[in-house]
Design a protein around this ligand. Sequence first.
Ligand code: C5P
Ligand code: C5P
Ligand code: ZN
Length: 472
Amino acid sequence: MTAAGPVPEMADRAAACADRLREADRVLVASHIDADGLTSAAVAGAALERAGIPYEQVFEKQLDSEAIAGIAAREYDTVLFTDFGSGQLDDIADHEQAGDFTPIVADHHQPAEDADTEFHLNPLLFGINGAKELSGAGAAYVLARALGGEANTDLAATAVVGAVGDMQDSSGELHGANAALVEEGVEAGVLQEAKDLAVYGKQTRPLPKLLEYATDVFVPGISNSQSGAISFLDDLGIDVRDGDGEWKRWVDLSDEERQTVASGLVRHAVKRGVPARKIDRLVGTTYTLLAEPEGTELRDASEFSTLLNATARYERADVGLAVCLGDREAGLETARRLLREHRRNLSEGLQWVKRNGVTQEEHLQWFDAGDEIKETIVGIIAGMSMGASGVDRGKPIVAFAKESDEETKVSSRGTGSLVSQGLDLSAVMGEASAAVGGGGGGHDVAAGATIPAGTEAEFVEHANRIVGEQLG
Ligand code: C5P
Ligand code: C5P
Ligand code: ZN
């Protein structure tokens, strides 16, 4: 642990922002409705609480000028924006000038020009990648460390849930500034990192389902086949049921048994001709929240983040926030019910894309789900569909969903490899949406926009051209 905090490059700016908070009478924390936004708000809230600064929280689907005006109307002297705000700095600065509120922005989205202002805490201003190295919750954590010092290192666990929720571990592990956060969480005794099988659901899924549903790296004979998964485990001599006849989960296995399954899976994949680069992705780093009970969604950063998405993206950010802040009773129960519905929606959404297919343009591919997929999860589904058959991993994907009669939500997703070739979806969404009278932004690898209904075809033309220029 260093005196400068976990991310020394950001320490001075974080200290200046913390000073602003100390001068506040009452802070409104405004945040985004996804896992990273919720954990950003939870980290900021805990830090304010501990510093004795009164605060309240509000969540917005999108921070447009209407939302900012609504926030201003609540008459808090200080507003802390987390996990959004960088794309709306002009608007926010106007409110500051008008004396509406003193702003602080702790975000990681691509800012517009003139972003280097004293209240703006964003890794991108300090040479740190905002899509891979620090999330909104990470930026909030840097602020929390400046406000409360080492007493706040336990909040690193929550911040890591945000980073994982934003898929910043998509290379298999967290790195850069994120790794420094992990280190602080490990030192604080709230986090553990370990190389393990990189499949979703190690805490809660019954073993056969764990393998059956693990389709990111498709293993023929096991992925999508419950009987295949069971006979694979049988052949390895693994008891899939406990003494009471209940399915075991991954966490119920001994270290030795886990090793047996992991190496057995790799061997099986090799034998079935899965390419080496995909086999590498079967193993990754898992982040375990040590204060949470084993066998629950809360114990694993990835499962926790999905649980949070299942609340906030369905207008129930209050539930996710309560869980982040320690509710293990009614809040957790509601979150689990929402999680079941969220899973069903994701699975149905992905099926819809597979059934209806995507349209190929020269430089991108797209689908329009209309009102078949909820606009708050269409981005997740677009990302998931990148692995599906008929979808080309060599082009970014653009997805449309109905937002209202007047507006259409756009989501786009790329790959690390496309980004290294020059893809910047934040610029694509920003420019193409502006060209049709909308607005958007985000990150190089994942971005979104809102556009007037009926302008989708024109939007695709612009986006296709811009992607072509970036990759050309
Ligand atoms: O608004 P926010 O920054 O929190 O959202 C980031 C979005 O980018 C998430 O939906 C996340 O899943 C997506 N993402 C992605 N692939 C990456 C990094 C982020 O799809 N490699
Ligand atoms: O909504 P979606 O998951 O597709 O968003 C992808 C990324 O783009 C997120 O980081 C989100 O905050 C950002 N975004 C944005 N402006 C929009 C829509 C999305 O900055 N109008
Ligand atoms: Zn984020």
